[in-house]
Ligand binder design. Structure first.
Ligand code: SF4
Ligand code: SF4
Length: 369
């Protein structure tokens, strides 16, 4: 049974030691950071840099504490994510979010180069994928601390540590492969389309254009992220849910490839089960969380930490308010598999496939600090 350490967000005294911010170092120690980071190690601190318009990513002050802990152990940290928008645009977003060299005390870099094409090919005996383009700065790092905001995701149901590694540590080509297992690019329904151009702006890959008033999706550029589908106000773009299971398998394969670039016991995970929105940090918005803040978790087991995070979210009562775009639906209840209800895909399947590939255990012991 794997150990998952957790601090809740209740504080007993108005003192720095009682702040969840101050507890990051302790959580990392309990999870074994002193065995993971050796003097002189290049340590990737993998975060999600968010989106222009989003504001519920892991707050910079927490990431800074991870940086400080790595430095204390003699490691050389860098804060990193991979291209979603091209690198320079993404770094500007990071800056707006308050994540830069000055605030972090460490370099902030994009792990797969300025255009998402800097990677190392890693061969795996995966469930679907046989080789994965892992972002070069991740592959070249000696150790990694995966800092994850636990939240929903419209395609995968849940965005936890698995998604942060599988999609967030690989280059553009691999992201395309993972999304690609789902089939074709979105379909366009001309009669519903108001030619507003919102989807064109939503597409980070410049794959959409209009030619003679007809919407065209460039198959070479489209990575099947379906961001355009969700951005369309009239539902003129659609996709099929039937291949989600394959998507989960490909994510597990990519996780395997990323983990393979590290020696054993060189990766730790921190999950922030706070600000749990129905939607992911890529969205250019943020909205009312679906459950009260639960706490911060640390573990060296990717399957255990995501399973524990999902269990906490599902055991929690729902918060009244918005859980879907443009609609307020009934408050989710204690015990509901919340992301299954919201997104119609079961997020526990991510954990199942990662466990199947031997990357961790869904059986865990939750230890409160
Ligand atoms: S699915 Fe839509 S938003 Fe995503 S890359 Fe393809 S065209 Fe662009
Ligand atoms: S967002 Fe929807 S309505 Fe607007 S141009 Fe794109 S497909 Fe048409």
């Amino acid at each position: 049974m794997s150990k998952v350490y957790m601090t809740d967000l209740l504080v007993e005294k108005v003192s720095l030691e009682d702040s969840p911010v101050a507890k990051i170092g302790k959580l990392l120690e309990l999870a074994g950071i002193q065995d993971v980071v050796e003097k002189g190690d290049y340590v990737a601190i993998k975060v999600h840099l968010g989106s222009e318009g989003g504001y519920r990513i892991v707050r910079p002050i927490f990431i800074r504490k991870v940086v400080e802990k790595v430095k204390e152990l003699g490691g050389k940290p860098f804060v990193t994510d991979t291209c979603r928008p091209p690198s320079l645009d993404y770094l500007e977003i990071a800056n707006m979010q308050g994540i830069n060299y000055l605030s972090m005390g460490a370099p902030v870099i994009i792990a797969d180069g300025i255009k998402g094409e800097d990677y190392r090919i890693v061969k795996v005996d995966g469930l679907i994928l046989k080789e994965v383009e892992v972002a070069s700065a991740i592959a070249d790092a000696d150790a990694m601390i995966v800092v994850t905001h636990a939240k929903g995701h419209r395609q995968t149901g849940f965005g936890g540590a698995i998604k942060n590694v599988a999609m967030g540590c690989v280059a553009k080509k691999a992201k395309g492969k993972i999304h690609g297992v789902m089939g074709e690019p979105p379909m366009w329904l001309s009669e519903r389309c108001e030619r507003c151009g919102i989807c064109i702006k939503a597409c980070d890959h410049q794959a959409i254009s209009f030619k003679d008033n007809i919407l065209v999706i460039d198959k070479e550029k489209c990575v099947k992220c379906y961001r355009c589908v969700w951005s369309c106000p009239t539902k003129a773009l659609t996709w099929s849910l039937s291949d989600v299971e394959k998507l989960y398998m490909a994510m597990a394969d990519a996780t395997l490839a990323v983990m393979k670039t590290f020696k054993p016991n060189k990766v730790l995970f921190l999950n922030f089960v706070m600000d749990v929105m129905f939607i992911c940090d890529c969205a250019p918005i943020a909205t009312i969380p679906i459950v009260p803040d639960q706490g911060i978790l640390a573990s060296n087991d990717i399957a255990a930490i995501d399973k524990a995070s999902l269990d906490l979210i599902n055991k929690a009562p729902g918060i009244p308010g918005q859980v879907g775009l443009n609609k307020r639906i009934e408050v989710l209840k204690e015990g509901d598999n919340k992301f299954l209800k919201i997104h119609n895909v079961d997020p526990y399947r991510q954990v199942y496939y990662v466990e199947k590939l031997g990357l961790g255990s869904s059986r865990y012991e939750l230890i409160m600090i």
